[in-house]
Design a binder for this molecule. Structure first.
Ligand code: 5GP
Ligand code: MN
Length: 326
């Protein structure tokens, strides 16, 4: 159910700052762009803002050119909408103190959402925030046009790995069908966004997969800064964990990627996946991150060795908990 206060808040707004999470993925960008189209259709103006640049694979989405960096001046805005974010820190600099006096409308599907908004619509039963925006469009009487369909389908397809994650319900497929009927192109998304990786990333996968470890139903890899550099790749997007979870005998997968944290201190970005019946969202949240039962992440301070020593036992415990539940 969409809170009536959210619908009223949207109807009252005239100029909106719409934001989503750092390291934006297909659902962050797809839902942000679709919201921009939707607000335009309702005669409202919006500024779409992200902490980080739009990755090249998403730049051809309709309206992507209009996404800007962090805004400092709240003059003229009367509301902020945060999409696909479970906590305020995930917005990075896209949501600054200058906007704190405005109503903050949160639209998100993470079970770990901490309700950081003035009004919070959190729907963990939805596989993507983009799926929620389709419901929102219906509630506001906005017709889904082709550009909106392409943006929403991108979010839905990337968050469900093309309708394969274990939260793919009949409602998710029905949403997908509607977006195809409205002119969404599935093949463009699967071929150019979901499946395509640079040659450098493929070489990086080769290097790190060779050293994968599987113990007590948890499989994991580590990526050092030196390995990123040697392959000319930067950062992990979670797809290695999605690849690893296919391994026979693994119920939970993890990727540990070394990075320089704030003030240059060593830190490790962790990405987790779990098969149906197992839940990594608690571990991700406990470590200061968040996500869903089947996919989550966090950043922990320290070296790769320190991170794996701390996190692997927690994941193995989560795996044991899953085995003991009916
Ligand atoms: P991925 O492994 O694809 O990067 O992320 C999987 C899921 O976990 C996504 O839904 C993402 O929003 C969430 N997630 C990943 N890293 C973090 C984090 O550091 N903090 C929070 N709150 N969520 C995260
Ligand atoms: Mn999402």
């Amino acid at each position: 159910m969409i809170p009536a206060s959210l619908l009223n808040g949207l109807r009252d707004a005239t100029r909106v700052l719409a934001v989503s999470h750092v390291k934006p993925d297909g659902d962050a960008i797809g839902s942000l762009l679709a919201l921009g189209h939707m607000l335009g259709a309702l005669g409202k103006s919006s500024v779409l803002s992200l902490n980080d640049p739009v990755p090249a694979i998403y730049r051809s989405l309709p309206g992507a050119d209009a996404i800007v960096g962090p805004q400092r001046d709240a003059a003229g805005f009367d509301a902020v909408i945060a999409l696909d974010c479970s906590s305020v820190d995930r917005l990075g600099r896209a949501y600054g103190a200058a906007f704190a006096h405005l109503p903050l409308l949160v639209i998100d599907h993470h079970i770990t959402n901490d309700r950081f908004g003035t009004i919070n619509w959190v729907a963990p039963e939805c596989a993507a925030t983009s799926q929620m925006l389709l419901l929102l469009a219906d509630a506001l009487g906005v017709t889904i046009d082709q550009p909106m369909a392409q943006c929403l389908l991108t979010g839905l397809v990337t968050d469900t790995l093309c309708f394969r994650t274990n939260n793919t319900t009949a409602a998710v497929l029905a949403a997908g069908m509607r977006l195809l009927e409205a002119g969404g192109n599935l093949t463009t998304i699967t071929e150019n966004i979901l499946e395509q990786r640079s040659f450098n990333v493929v070489r990086l996968w080769g290097t790190v997969l060779d050293a994968a470890q599987l113990e007590q139903g948890v499989i994991w890899v580590t990526i050092s800064l030196a390995q990123f550099e040697a392959c000319g790749a930067n950062g992990d997007d979670g797809s290695l964990s999605s690849l690893l979870i296919r391994t026979e005998g693994a119920d939970i997968s993890a990727t540990f990627a070394e990075k320089l944290g704030e003030s240059g201190a060593a830190a490790v970005e962790c990405s987790f996946r779990a098969r149906k019946g197992f839940d990594i969202s608690g571990v991700a949240q406990q470590l200061g991150g968040g996500g869903h039962p089947a996919a989550g992440g966090c950043t922990v301070p320290g070296t790769l060795a320190e991170a794996t020593a701390k996190v692997i036992p927690l994941l193995q415990q989560a795996r044991t908990n899953g085995l003991s539940e009916p």
